[in-house]
Design a protein around this ligand. Sequence first.
Ligand code: AHR
Length: 502
Amino acid sequence: PRAQVVLHPDFQVGEIDRRLFGSFVEHLGRAVYTGIYEPGHATADEHGFRRDVADLTRELGVSVVRYPGGNFVSNYVWEDGVGPRSERKPFIDLAWRTIEPNDIGTDEFLQWAEREGIEPMMAVNLGTRGVAAAAALVEYCNGEAGSRWADLRIANGRVKPYGVRLWCLGNEMDGPWQIGHKDAESYGRLAAEAGKAMKLVDPSIELVVCGSSSMQMDTFGSWERTVLEHTYDIVDHLSMHAYYEELDGDRASFLGSGTAMDRFIRRVVASADAVGAERRSDKQITISFDEWNVWYLASRFPGEKNLPLQRDAPRIIEDVYSGLDAVVVGDLLVTLLNHADRIPVACLAQLVNVIAPIMTEPGGASWRQPTFHPFAETARLARGAALDLRVTAPTTSTRQHGDVPIVTAAATWDQGADGDGDVALFLVNRSSEPVEVDIAHPGLTLALTGGVQLVADHEPAVPGPEHAARVIDRCLSSVAAPDAGQDGARTTLTLAPESWTA
Ligand code: AHR
């Protein structure tokens, strides 16, 4: 098969916001304890945070980290996680049925993020709590001396306000599994009031209101409409969450996940714009895609209700990834780049141990999963503006998503100070045959450099660093700069079967 890609630096989707390369740390399983934080570990810094994990986080290129949940936030009392450690009490986190020791809370997380040069994205509890607790947390984080909660922060040892810019108004409030789950009317009203109070504390913050937990929710669409009817004037972003997995050996549908994500984005944008149109509003609501990844949720996760009550950072949702999963992650990033105009924030869920690109052993090693690589390469190479490409490719029919193109692509253009800019091109071949891609780039003479390529495997994923290293060895390789067929304005590339190439 053959495909064509046309790119021109004048045709752009929009500037890429660096916050597109975010991730997520929830009090869930071993994301915090023995994930980012493990006092006594050989690499632990003076605050007890693992240096090896922080170094991998930096290498991953993560810009923003969302915290403290996820489902966890909907029963979290943030006040119990600040102040002297000796006075903090453990509680039963009902979301993941785990005893939370409260050793790490708002201050420890925000100071870790600050030391690592990561922008924090905080979530408030709109499950079991409400307006007052949300406004108080904004004041605790961002307030100047001279008021109750800001002074408490100062008494706890932190004088300078943290200046947290991004705030989530709860988490997945449409989901029956959520503690304090609400219907769209009740959530919309509460989010509007909480958001109003939070912005009265600090008008410079940006608010994310909960969209649907997935496109499969029965209330999808009507949820977005009702919630935005209540919150349109107060919020900035609408959240999207999506997880993809290979079900019943249906590889073609799994490889087509990027198209499913693309359709989901278009539908959510249409729903948000419909509310704006009815209000004759010039304001545009953007998307915070604050949970996305491959997660074997239906096939491997027993469900929250079936988790035994546990303590000491249990191993929950530690999915092990294959080369195939990494190709799909690369494809999902292509989709996000192609919507850079409407998606300023996105978070790979999650960062460490829980459906994560980084894994650790308590007291032991840390390592990269195969999915680490497409994320790190995309975050490193995608600079400047996302280009509005024309991609022509044959389609293939899939059980779950109908017809999907066999080739997807995204490109970015970074003009550079001297006009001698950089183009980065990301290509996915979803078919089981090699595909010749003819890339036309009129107006650009490219001095081509090489890149990297990931090919999907057929091996079952096995936990542990040795296996991860073997998968990466087998699936990830560098590709030489193409020379054949290059005539200044045209380049030809051959994409390996089931591969992602940068
Ligand atoms: O990322 C894991 C969980 O997935 C989050 O806690 C929740 O928001 C979503 O259902």
